[in-house]
Design a protein around this ligand. Sequence first.
Ligand code: GLU
Length: 348
Amino acid sequence: MKPFKQILVFLFVCSSVLFAKPTIYILATGGTIAGAGDSEIKSSYSAGAVTVDKLIAAVPAINEIAAIKGEQISSIGSQEMNNQVWLKLSKRVNELLAQKDVDGIVVTHGTDTMEESAYFLHLTVKSKKPVVFVGAMRSGTSMSADGPMNLYNAVNVAINKESAGKGVLVVMNDEIHSAREVTKTLTTSVQTFASPNSGKIGTVFYGNVEYFMQPLKAHTVNSEFDVSKLQSLPRVDILFAHPEDSTVFVEASVNASAKGIIHAGMGNGNLFPSTQDALAKAVKEGVVVVRSSRVTNGATTLEGEVDDKAFGFIAANSLNAQKARVLLMLGLTKTNNPKELQKMFLKY
Ligand code: GLU
């Protein structure tokens, strides 16, 4: 080969390495971001009707910043989310991120249970590479659909070097949230996601990413939970407290062989007296009981009005009931010792 030709080949190889686009997998699960309806001004639509290829084709700008690959994990509204999809999704994310040539993952998901799926992956993904959940409040056929900009922003977050090591992230409406903290706060608004106890950790505006916080609770590579060999997850129910509460729900859970119960209590996780007795009895029968709260802000603390030691209850700390359920399901795959489980509720 002539020297001039050699130099050209060398420059070509260098530039293709230096300027190679990062590879991002978009794993689609369904939800409104993949929803389609008959009218752009009506709120009715079917979630999950649009395939991952069509989702990607609808936002050509993402191909300019990354080499995009798509996979369909499920096609469901996230109110249909279940253990099998969680396990499938987490295993696939781990498989992909273990590959050298994969730089990050974007998961498209319905917003109803996004906080739980994102937290499940936050605790079970074994990689520092970015994993970003994204959804939409308006379907693709709706006027002012929010999905395309959310997806563009999510891919920008996934390719951003600063996103590594922050655990699983949720990107919606120009905001970046940690999976541990984020929750859906409004039933229909595009500004539905918030992190009531900590605030958002960053913003993403037309693809420009800016972080100003770092999640500090243990996650991903520092998590002890491993789903690689799991085919199922233990049953954990949530009971919602109210005045004149009834014990029948506790009894129904125990009879249905629940391994754990999350009690979304009043205030600082307080219980109606007969429910408290029924749950104390459930603990004696081997069911793990976690006190959480039906209040959206703050923590459920040990040593409040409830004598946790006497009853054998666990306090959920600042996890809401639906996230406490995720942690307890994973915790129960390791132990059913309440002391060990309580440590997990302070750590994760
Ligand atoms: N129920 C749907 C879901 O969670 C609608 C919510 C949404 O995606 O915005 O998939």
